[in-house]
Design a protein around this ligand. Structure first.
Ligand code: SIN
Length: 289
């Protein structure tokens, strides 16, 4: 099989064809995939049938993996896998039920945020006509940055913002789930951190807007009302349709994304008995530059 890359008709994303991830990927094919990942930010591999071991092994080709702080949702045998699911067992969620309900990048609340994530679809909810539910939208915060006015670029260039996972939980509690909880030990592991509002990709050298709706709660040195208004302008800008790719899931999709230049949101338009069950690995990253 020859590996080929097919760009989406969108600001970001491409499908990789000719790869069976249940088998070892040659160094030549891997190099092609890695180049495509840096270029397109989101890569889709359709019709995969992989075990947790194979998922972890392919993810490791890109670097070390995170063990997610929400340890109650880790795969029981493979701690590198975070279960993302609305499925319950004896009234308890077996996975993160609301992994991405606000635009965010994974682990941007950490001092060394994740480089990327690989999400594998095992069960997908559907409506009564058979159309998939629970889509995931991706926005290129790099293309969005390029489209800012020079005045706005100059205004945000040297600003820094604060990010926190506890902040996201507070929003979830207020907006839709009063019971979602970050326990004390978990909260201590991820104290709030400061990152630049504009981040530069260490490989491509491209700049992108890094503040996100899910984890950013303050801009340092700005009065609260001014910070809120600036963040709200940037977030409305990032999610403009021309910067967004919407992924409609099929069972067997493995989707990977770059957590530096793209933000994502998961749409919660389904509920039990419609089941959504996915495995996510998360690549470690470096402190932003
Ligand atoms: C995530 O934010 O990592 C999960 C996205 C999804 O559930 O579609």
């Amino acid at each position: 099989m020859t590996v080929t890359i097919h760009s989406f008709d969108a600001a970001l994303g491409a499908e990789v064809r000719g790869v069976d991830l249940s088998k070892p990927v040659s160094d030549t094919d891997f190099a092609k995939i890695e180049r495509a990942y840096n270029e397109h930010s989101v890569l889709l591999f359709r019709d995969q049938d992989i075990s947790p071991e194979q998922h972890v092994a392919f993810s490791r080709r890109f670097g070390d993996l995170e063990i997610h702080v929400l340890d109650q949702y880790l795969h029981p045998e493979h701690k590198e896998i975070l279960v993302v699911s609305n499925v319950e067992d004896e009234g308890r969620n077996i996975g993160v039920p609301d992994a991405g309900r606000y635009w965010h990048t994974d682990l941007s609340y950490a001092a060394e945020p994740s480089r990327g994530s690989l999400l594998y679809a095992i069960e997908i909810p559907h409506d009564d006509k058979g159309a998939p539910l629970g889509e995931t939208r991706f926005a290129s915060a790099a293309v969005a940055y390029d489209a800012l006015t020079d005045e706005m670029k100059a205004r945000i260039e040297n600003l820094e913002a604060e990010f926190s996972l506890a902040h996201r939980f507070k929003k979830i509690n207020e907006d839709f789930d009063p019971d979602a909880e970050l326990n004390e030990t978990q909260e201590e592991q991820v104290p709030s951190v400061t990152h630049k509002v504009v981040r530069t990709h260490p490989i491509t050298g491209r700049k992108n807007i890094y503040v996100n709706e899910g984890h950013t709660f303050r801009i340092k040195g700005l009065p609260a009302a001014e910070a809120e208004s600036l963040l709200s302008d940037l977030w409305s800008h990032i999610k403009r349709p021309e910067f967004v790719y919407t992924h409609r899931w099929r069972k067997g999709d493995l989707l990977m994304w770059d957590n530096i230049p793209c933000q994502h949101i998961a749409i919660g338009d389904y509920a039990l008995p419609q089941r959504r069950y996915m495995h996510r690995t998360t690549l470690k990253g470096d402190a932003p530059i």
